[in-house]
Design a protein around this ligand. Structure first.
Ligand code: IVH
Length: 667
């Protein structure tokens, strides 16, 4: 995929996620993942100023993401720990402590859990507040979500707990839960979480506590704060906290010598692989609270503690060869084929090399011994080459010049990292990719058909393009290997049902470059039939809201191609919907023309979805967040406090549902 296509894809995805998040209150990805996509888009847009789009999701992120949570100031700021990867710095820490205290001391050794930190406040034995770290001074109040985490006590057991105290710890998603979650997301074609940390923090920020409850988060607590703690020892206090019902790690040990510290580190660097949750290091804390106070703090972190972080796991293995994959868009991705090697619990045989520049910067040669790392992420990467062990006269890896699938010459567009095969209509993976896109859930949603079946049909010469799907016959399908009568019937039924898919989705399914889901909707609204679209001029196209020159050119190019026009003709013959249903149009007015409207809160008369439809039906635009350009806010009960504040600050009118309905009502 080119970066430009990626921009379009990201914009479409983010628009949809914005809608899910702000309008439906039903986010389908984590905030973390949302932020990651947004950052990727921001970076790409910065790199491609020619793709500027005033309606890009980057234009309306503002700062009120996640702001549906109330911000709370921490009673004690949430500091971070000094980090080190070096054993000699651990020794320096120990020496500093020894010299400053000038008396006996104990060090508490703990696991450094790799999740998201939380501060819990208890009053009279009851959980009253749970706040994220935020910027260390203020965090988000996520009490409702935290209450769904079973290992966090809502009411304390036993006795002897202080009347008021805070306890801090880490919220984690266990590996097994993380893997199941990603497996499900893959099935639903949703973006995967990169690691359990992202999954945990994303889940914790979910707007829907039922989602949090379903995600089976866990928590370890490792730090008590308050004026009347039972003991002077941090370790001893944690033992008490365990009796009150908190989950405390049993790995924690009190030691005295540096040797014992290294013993702990070395043991757990290996053993941590068998733990149910992710860890990324060891935390060392001076045990006595009195001594902690004596040592004090630097501006950022305590002088009485340090985190020793484990090196990301690496493996050294041999680069056997580089192969190249061609995607649906013709983008060519190099893949390193490696001598199989064990890394963080899985066997790694392949690693992505991304593009020609990466290969060049690594100066890769076939037969090189290369370092692979997973670093908490799913796809391994090559981080370096052991040049000293390079065999003599080994062959330097140079990027291929011709498509490995069809032999066409590859091109590299200016300012782009990827190489492309432009032989769209005859390069097998591109043909198959187009068909796979056509049948996918968000496009024609043809049940019973998947990539393997498409491949089988293609290999058998039964399909060469999407129109061929509509000429398939059950009796031919069931002759194929592994294909029973029942599955053949299912496929035919699925194909038949796709003839009812609305025009806008057919447009998306065609796979016209830059015409993603959102663009397809806009286009379908402006050009009510494919014939109107096929004959539209550049001028007419760019007059449509959100259609820029780039998309317009791509649409023109698509219809200027004779083969594409024939394809559309065949789809028409097959009975696909190539125009908008007229019933869609009944009841439309332009009473809200030009108005940009934010929906917030809970309504009595209609659902949010219905209000969104009403806005669109009457020519208005529903937007996710408040800006200077917002015409008004359609507010129900419990409008989010940050939205309210922003609206008041910008002087944007707030109207209720009765007033709104009268605005759009017939005279
Ligand atoms: S103690 C003042 N103990 O690491 C220090 N932190 O950079 C309070 N963490 O934000 C933190 N395991 O999220 C402490 N056993 C542990 C920890 C731990 C993980 C995280 C925590 C904190 C960060 C410190």
């Amino acid at each position: 995929m080119t970066e430009i296509e990626r921009i379009d894809q990201l914009r479409n995805e983010l628009h949809a996620h914005n809608y899910n998040y702000y309008v439906l209150n039903a986010p389908v990805i984590s905030d973390q993942e949302f932020d990651r996509l947004m950052r990727e888009l921001q970076d790409l847009e910065a790199k491609h100023p020619e793709c500027f789009d005033a309606n890009s999701p980057t234009m309306r992120v503002g700062s009120d993401l996640n702001k549906n949570f109330t911000q709370v100031e921490h009673k004690y700021p949430m500091l971070s720990l000094g980090n080190t990867y070096s054993e000699s710095e651990v020794a320096d820490f120990y020496e500093r402590v020894r010299k400053s205290l000038n008396e006996d001391f104990e060090i508490c050794c703990e696991m450094k859990f790799d999740g998201t930190s939380i501060s819990l406040t208890y009053e009279d034995g009851k959980l009253v507040r749970a706040v994220t770290r935020g910027d260390g001074v203020k965090g988000d109040d996520v009490t409702d979500n935290v209450k769904t985490i079973r290992s966090i006590p809502l009411v304390l057991h036993g006795e002897g707990y202080p009347k008021n105290f805070e306890i801090r710890g880490e919220i984690l998603m266990p590996w097994t839960v993380f893997e199941d979650l990603n497996r499900e997301r893959e099935l639903r074609e949703e973006p995967l979480f990169a690691n359990p940390r992202n999954a945990a923090s994303g889940t914790l920020k979910s707007q829907n506590s039922a989602v949090v409850a379903s995600r089976k988060l866990d928590a370890y607590l490792y730090y008590l704060l308050g004026d009347n703690l039972p003991h002077d020892g941090h370790y001893e206090n944690l033992q008490e906290a365990e009796k009150w019902g908190f989950k405390i790690s049993h790995i924690t040990r009190k030691v005295r010598t540096l040797d014992e510290i290294f013993e702990f580190i070395n043991h757990w660097d290996v053993e941590r692989k068998n733990l149910p949750v992710a860890t990324d290091g060891i935390v060392l804390k001076v045990n006595s609270l009195r001594q902690q106070r004596n040592l004090g703090y630097t501006a950022k972190s305590p002088r009485w503690a340090i985190a020793y972080k484990f090196q990301a796991e690496q493996a050294l293995t041999k680069l056997l060869k580089v192969t190249y994959q061609v995607g649906r868009t013709g983008a060519v991705t190099p893949v390193a084929n490696l001598e199989p090697v064990q890394l963080s619990g899985t066997i790694v045989k392949r690693a992505s090399l991304h593009n020609a520049d990466i290969i060049a910067s690594l100066d890769l040669h076939i037969g090189d011994m290369v370092y692979v790392e997973k670093g908490g992420e799913i796809i391994p990467k090559i981080t370096g080459v052991d040049v000293a062990s390079r065999p003599q006269n080994s062959e330097k890896v140079t990027f291929i010049t011709h498509c490995p699938e069809c032999g066409s010459k590859l091109i590299r567009y200016e300012d782009e990292a990827a190489h492309y095969c432009t032989n769209e209509t005859a390069c097998p993976p591109q043909i198959k990719g187009k068909i796979e896109h056509f049948i996918s859930r968000r496009a024609m949603n043809i049940e019973g058909l998947g990539p393997e079946t498409v491949d089988q049909f293609y290999q058998e010469g039964m399909i060469h393009n999407v129109a061929d799907l509509y000429t398939l016959k059950a009796e031919d399908i069931c002759k194929l290997e592994r294909m029973g009568e029942k599955s053949a019937e299912n496929i035919i039924q699925g194909i038949e049902a796709s003839k009812q898919v609305p025009y806008e989705r057919v447009l998306f399914a065609l796979g016209i470059r830059f015409v993603g889901e959102t663009v397809a909707k806009k286009v379908a609204k402006a050009f009510r039939s494919i014939d109107a679209l096929a004959t539209a001029t550049l001028d007419e196209l760019i007059h449509v809201d959100e259609i820029g020159e780039k998309i317009a050119q791509s649409i023109l190019l698509y219809f200027s191609n004779e083969q594409n026009r024939m394809l559309v003709e065949r789809l028409r013959q097959a009975g696909l919907k190539l125009e908008a249903d007229e019933e869609d149009l009944s009841g439309h007015t332009d009473r809200l023309q030009g108005k940009s409207i934010v929906i917030s809160g809970v309504f009595a008369l209609h659902s949010r979805d219905e209000y969104k439809d009403l806005i669109e039906k009457h020519g208005g635009k529903n937007v996710g967040s408040i800006s200077k350009k917002t015409s008004f806010i359609l507010a129900g009960d419990n409008m989010g406090p940050s939205k309210l504040e922003k609206a008041q600050k910008l002087g944007i009118p707030i109207i209720d549902e009765y007033e709104f309905l009268s605005m759009i009502a017939e005279e």
